[in-house]
Ligand binder design. Structure first.
Ligand code: G4F
Length: 337
């Protein structure tokens, strides 16, 4: 049992919510940094952590303001900091590269600098990304694979990764980066391709939608289960020495294969429902990602457990359950056979 105090930036996101749950189970005092957003429905914004809201301490702050990050560190003595907050949608980073850079690069810099000045003993985790490998120079990708980012998001994560390593090497701080490959769950945002597929397939099954429009169906990703990936983050901060780790399954599938499994789970043929819409193509694409998690297995004792098919099934089942209630109330909608 632990009485450690942890700060999670991005606590309301998919990963933040799973990590908060797991740290609470280990008796951590869990704090979260949340954006101060006027007039937003708190039930919606805090939806993923509603069930633990009374057990976490939330601090309003902005990653765009060093002063607000500094204040949170000045007022609390954290033992561990998990920096997960980011503009994390790759497609959006092409639309607004400047705010992606501000939040992902300066935001990371602010957290590191506040920690260095006020709480150098606090261990720090940076959410790196397989997007850093981008146009991959080797497969599978490992910790030493050269980065070749293909989006403003990827560039921002490479910079955050180097900042994290630089603070470790310059100031002796316990700073780690997890290079996490795509990780999904029923809590995934609706704009990411996996959840877009499972939620729209469920809507189609229930008669609430007629088509699923997607971009590049041939892109391949190494998809794992988010609840397992946050466990790896925690393990990284429990080691004797800070280090960087690839977290992945070692298996890759195409977006098309994801569609195939998701629709067939509902007794549907994806060919009849999925249409390619070039609006969803990206200016530069990451065609293939596949990670080798051998170092994480060896040093952290971490291994993925949920298979690709089980992950898809879990997400489809959850969307069907959520949307069924909605369909029951809608008039004129009938589930497809
Ligand atoms: O689900 P995605 O949007 O995830 P992406 O771009 O791989 O990034 C995610 O994983 C990263 C880890 O590698 C994270 F760092 C990042 O924050 C994020 O969580 O897209 C996956 C693939 C892409 O190749 C995209 O072009 O799916 C393709 N795709 C095809 N049609 C689509 C769509 N992606 C989205 N979001 N929407 C589509 O309609």
């Amino acid at each position: 049992m632990s009485n450690k105090r942890a700060l999670i930036t991005g606590i309301t996101g998919q990963d933040g919510s799973y990590l908060a749950e797991q740290l609470l189970e280990q008796d951590y005092e869990v704090h979260g940094l949340i954006r101060r957003v006027a007039q937003e429905d708190p039930a919606k914004r805090l939806g993923r952590i509603a069930h633990i809201a009374d057990r976490v301490k939330l601090h309003p702050g902005s990653l765009e303001s060093f002063a607000s990050v500094y204040r949170v560190f000045a007022e609390n003595e954290f033992d561990e900091c998990y920096h997960l907050a980011a503009q994390s949608f790759v497609a959006e980073s092409f639309e607004d590269s400047f705010s992606t850079m501000d939040i992902n690069v300066s935001g990371t810099h602010f957290v590191l600098e506040a920690l260095r000045q006020l709480r150098p003993e606090c261990r720090f985790y940076f959410a790196g990304s397989s997007e850093m490998f981008g146009k991959v120079v080797e497969s599978p990708q490992v910790e030493s694979t050269r980065f070749y980012p293909r989006s403003p998001y990827g560039v921002s994560k490479v910079t955050g990764f180097h900042l994290t390593r630089n603070f470790r090497e310059s100031y002796g701080l316990f700073c780690c980066s997890g290079i996490l490959f795509n990780h999904e769950s029923p809590r995934r945002g609706l704009e990411f391709v996996t959840r877009k597929i499972t939620s729209t397939a469920a809507r189609i099954k229930l008669g609430l939608a007629d088509k699923l429009y997607l971009g590049n169906l041939d892109a391949r990703r190494d998809w794992g289960y988010a609840a397992e990936y946050v466990h790896a983050m925690h393990l990284m901060l429990q080691q004797d020495e800070p280090d960087d780790f690839v977290v992945a399954t070692g298996v890759t599938h195409s977006v098309r294969e994801f569609c195939e499994v998701a629709f067939s789970e509902l007794g549907l043929d994806y060919n009849e429902w999925v249409e390619v819409d070039p609006r969803f193509y990206r200016p530069a694409e990451v065609e293939l990602l596949i990670g080798d998690p051998a170092k994480a297995k060896d040093k952290l004792g971490w291994e993925p457990r949920t298979s690709f098919a089980d992950l898809v099934r879990k997400m489809v089942a959850s969307d069907m359950e959520q949307l069924s209630a909605q369909a029951d109330h809608a008039t004129g909608h009938t589930a497809r056979p």
